[in-house]
Design a protein around this ligand. Structure first.
Ligand code: COA
Length: 412
């Protein structure tokens, strides 16, 4: 008898109300725009104002996932927020979200941290929680929420962004079944990206982090293959989804995947390897990178933003087809796994498409962007913040300052 499928039953994105054009950043930094647009593959990046934080974006994404997929909050028995930009060294973002969404008292609630990997850890452990019979018919809500901020005039500046992706994990999921037998893991202690307790900004050895990512892909892929590479053969997959700190990284990852499958280009015919990469990338990776290109890096959520992009196309021909998911968190930890698009998933394309939200975002000029970056330095100790002063007047939930060491949230 086949085991009951478990996977992603609902998906939603929430992000900041403002964005920066990469061409504006390139002009301000005296960089050829081609580097950002083509070298990194980014068009725009979402910028969080001081009133938008990891909690507000997580709560908004969670609310949208529950409402759009008609899920009663009382059905949620586990809430996990994966983040590397939490708001407290002790108190989890998840417990704020638990209250804001009105979840049940008997819901277990916690935060996971492993750089960009935290949400994949939440997804796979939620699936295991259901498979183990602990859920008793309930579902898990897993939210990835982050603000990727490297600072002004740093190499990482063009790879910033902000946003949250919420996913409900359940049995008989409406969107994506996770193949738990084809999940492979990789861990290695490396210093490619880290943020010490005393620093607002991450330290990144950018080029080394790319190499660590590719090494982790190879390690996790071999673990998932478990001696049977044919089981993962990308030729028969409908799509290959990757962690996307910047869009070009997905191409580097796919090139690595094909090298693992077919051998290093240096050892094979390079023209043939290039043609194979171009065709495979165009069919299985590139079509689902538009949201990543316009939102930017959202750390824990970026793999799942690519999944939203795939599902929003409403492609009935993808139903029943397998795809791969690769999550990488610096430091480092990674998982490579297979999933299967659920029958009927295409009917939910409009419910999970964030395009209407993105279409009403407001463009920042460089001066406003730099002012926001400066103000964000001290935001955790400011007693009073006014969302309206940042043009946030749409009735959303905002961070409005910290008094007596307590963060306060309110609807505008
Ligand atoms: N037109 C087109 N492409 C251009 C270009 C131009 N005018 N100028 C440069 N490029 C290309 C480069 O050839 C390079 O492409 P390649 O990687 O395919 O060789 C790409 O743009 C980036 O240029 P590079 O000189 O490597 O950029 P950088 O030294 O400023 O660093 C990162 C890029 C990603 C390392 C940096 O932004 C960073 O540290 N980001 C944060 C860490 C991160 O995202 N890590 C990812 C793994 S988790």
């Amino acid at each position: 008898m086949q085991p009951t499928p478990i996977g992603i039953d609902a998906l939603a994105f929430a992000g900041p109300a403002h964005f920066l054009e990469m061409t504006d950043l390139a002009a301000a930094r005296g960089v050829d725009p081609g580097k950002y647009l083509h070298g990194l593959g980014q068009k725009q990046m979402a910028i969080a104002t001081p009133c938008e934080d990891t909690v507000t974006m997580a709560a908004e994404a969670g609310r949208r996932a529950l409402e759009a997929f008609d899920i009663d909050p009382a059905q949620i028995g586990t809430l996990i927020v994966g983040t590397e930009t939490g708001v407290d060294h002790s108190k989890p973002v998840a417990v704020y979200v638990h209250e804001l969404l009105g979840l049940a008292r008997n819901c277990r609630t916690f935060e996971t941290k492993h750089a960009c990997y935290g949400a994949m850890a939440g997804l796979t452990s939620s699936a295991d929680w259901i498979a183990a019979g602990r859920a008793r018919g309930r579902k898990a809500l897993v939210i990835a929420s982050d603000i990727a901020r490297y600072g002004l005039n740093t190499p990482g500046e063009p790879t910033q962004g902000a946003g949250a992706v919420a996913m409900v994990v359940a049995d008989r999921p409406r969107l994506l079944e996770i193949d738990r037998a084809r999940c492979g893991d990789y861990t290695r202690q490396v210093m490619d990206f880290w943020r010490p307790l005393y620093s607002k900004y991450a330290f990144a050895d950018g080029h080394y982090s790319i190499q660590c990512y590719l090494d982790a892909l190879e390690g996790a892929w071999h673990d998932a293959a478990d001696g049977d590479p044919e089981a993962l053969a990308s030729d028969r997959l409908a799509a290959c989804l990757y962690h996307v700190p910047f869009v070009k990284m997905a191409r580097k990852a796919h090139q690595k995947l094909l090298e693992i499958e077919h051998g290093d280009a240096a050892a094979t015919d390079q023209t043939e390897a290039r043609a194979r990469l171009d065709a495979s990338f165009a069919g299985k990776v590139a079509p689902w990178l538009e949201l990543n290109a316009t939102v930017g890096n959202i750390y824990t959520g970026s793999l799942f933003l690519a999944l939203i992009d795939l599902l929003r196309h409403g492609r009935a021909d993808l139903e029943g087809r397998e795809l791969s998911l690769f999550s990488y968190g610096s430091g480092c930890g990674a998982t490579f796994c297979l999933g299967r698009v659920a029958e009927g998933a295409s009917r939910h394309a409009a419910a999970l498409d964030p395009q209407p939200q993105l279409d009403v975002r407001r463009r920042l000029d460089i001066a406003a962007y730099e002012r926001i970056m400066d103000l964000s330095e001290d935001v955790d100790t400011v007693p009073e913040l006014d969302p309206a002063s940042y043009g946030l007047d749409g009735g959303g939930l905002y961070y409005v300052g910290t008094r007596e060491h307590v963060r306060r949230y309110a609807r505008a």
